[in-house]
Design a protein around this ligand. Structure first.
Ligand code: ADP
Length: 164
């Protein structure tokens, strides 16, 4: 396959921490592309619980069994990172109508920057439509049961962070 036919996608996010919802999206994206780069957006306004290295390590562990999925990080615009990686697609997850407005704005703004890059939205299994990294942290912080929502090693790391 020539390089121009290679389907490369980036999946950008904050991943603080990576959840089963993110994993669900990765599982759906993996067979659709030749290469998927799950990538940490470093310039987020959010104040993360986990350090960049901790989040990268969680991402690496989550993708390790997918042969053509890898973890990376970037600062600046996602479209510019995609361009550098020769990716033609940005993957995002759509959980509910509430995600739509922001995502719509982002997709059109990204298209203005680099028209050759499209955003592809994937919908997770309905079990994860209400799941976000924030709600998982909230549950874990109060000593609740977050077992069904994150990979087991992420659960352990959250317990360490919160001492619960
Ligand atoms: P961001 O700060 O970019 O929203 P997140 O790590 O929260 O970063 O999310 C990265 C991407 O994964 C976003 O497209 C988000 O909609 C999607 N996502 C997050 N949680 C879920 C979930 N439970 N199901 C499907 N997609 C999700």
């Amino acid at each position: 396959m020539s390089e121009s036919n290679t389907r490369i996608a980036i999946y950008p996010g904050t991943f603080d921490p990576i959840t089963n919802g993110h994993l669900d999206i990765i599982m759906r994206a993996a067979p659709l592309f030749d290469r998927v780069i799950v990538t940490l957006a470093l310039n987020s306004d959010k104040d993360p619980l986990f350090s960049v290295e901790e989040r990268m390590e969680m991402m690496r562990r989550t993708v390790k069994d997918f042969p053509h999925v890898e973890a990376a990080k970037f600062s600046g615009l996602a479209v510019d990172f995609a361009h550098r990686e020769k990716a033609n697609v940005i993957i995002r997850g759509l959980r509910a109508v509430s995600d739509f407005e922001f995502e719509f704005q982002m997709a059109l703004m990204n298209r203005k920057q680099r028209p050759e890059i499209d955003t592809v939205y994937l919908m997770p299994d309905e079990r994860y439509t209400y799941l976000s990294s924030s709600i998982v942290k909230e549950v874990a912080r109060h000593g609740g049961n977050a077992e069904a929502f994150v990979p087991p090693f992420v659960l352990d790391l959250m317990r360490e962070k919160y001492g619960k």
